[in-house]
Design a binder for this molecule. Structure first.
Ligand SMILES: Cc1cc2nc3c(=O)[nH]c(=O)nc-3n(C[C@H](O)[C@H](O)[C@H](O)COP(=O)(O)O)c2cc1C
Length: 200
């Protein structure tokens, strides 16, 4: 069990317990074509309200133009480590349905698709790190995202590298304990704030 594994009251699937968001990526790693396709399929088969599938994705592999364009939209604190990832995936939500009506669930559904992509990355022995720290309008302009579509996140995917390759501050975060709010403060019964009795 890795020190990054989630501490849980009872066992959960290893994909969930062992997924985490690293910053140290192997700059020499390249993604195989079938691995890439597997990530796309995992996202494509996400559930969505009325099967509207409001997500679209823009992808760049390290070394290509799209990768550089997506990388350039990241805040400097993300660029410094994400530049070593093998793949950058920008997730974009269609805020309107085909008939033009607003789709209030677009972001929710697109997040689900990204979650599936991230878990599939883990299943392939890779790692994924989602980022909200990017300039959505710059991404829209440099990659031609049309009106009505909203860039929501960028996810870096690649192979894990040693934490000591990171600058000092990031190295500390890379090895710090992973934490979550306790079950009792998150899951309620009877009414808001009344903890659901949980445990082994
Ligand atoms: C929507 C979203 C946006 C995030 N934005 C950033 C970001 O801009 N930079 C960053 O380093 N991490 C970012 N993260 C990663 C979170 O900080 C991380 O998932 C959280 O601390 C939990 O850690 P874990 O994924 O290792 O369990 C983001 C995660 C999500 C889901």
């Amino acid at each position: 069990m890795s020190p990054r594994t989630a501490t849980t009251a009872v066992a959960v699937h290893s994909l969930l317990a062992e997924r985490w968001s690293p910053r140290s990526f192997d700059a020499a790693h390249t993604l195989a074509d079938d691995e890439l396709t597997s990530l796309l399929e995992a996202a494509r088969w996400a559930p969505s309200a009325r099967n509207t599938q409001p997500w679209r994705f823009l992808l760049g592999r390290r070394g290509d133009t799209a990768y550089q364009r997506i990388l350039d939209t990241l805040v400097p604190g993300n660029q410094v480590w994400a530049a070593n990832s093998s793949l950058l995936v920008a997730a974009v939500a269609a805020d309107r349905l085909e008939d033009g009506a607003p789709n209030p669930g677009a972001a929710y559904d697109t997040g689900l698709a990204v979650a599936q992509l991230a878990l599939q990355a883990h299943a392939l022995g890779l790692h994924a790190h989602q980022m909200g720290g990017f300039d959505a309008e710059r991404l829209r302009a440099s990659l031609g995202v049309p009106d009505g579509y909203r860039p929501l996140s960028v996810t870096a995917i690649g192979a894990l590298a040693a934490p000591d390759l990171l600058p000092d501050k990031l190295r500390e975060r890379e090895t710090a304990a992973r934490e979550r709010r306790p079950l009792e403060e998150t899951f309620f019964a009877e009414g808001w704030g009344t903890p659901l009795p949980v445990g082994p």
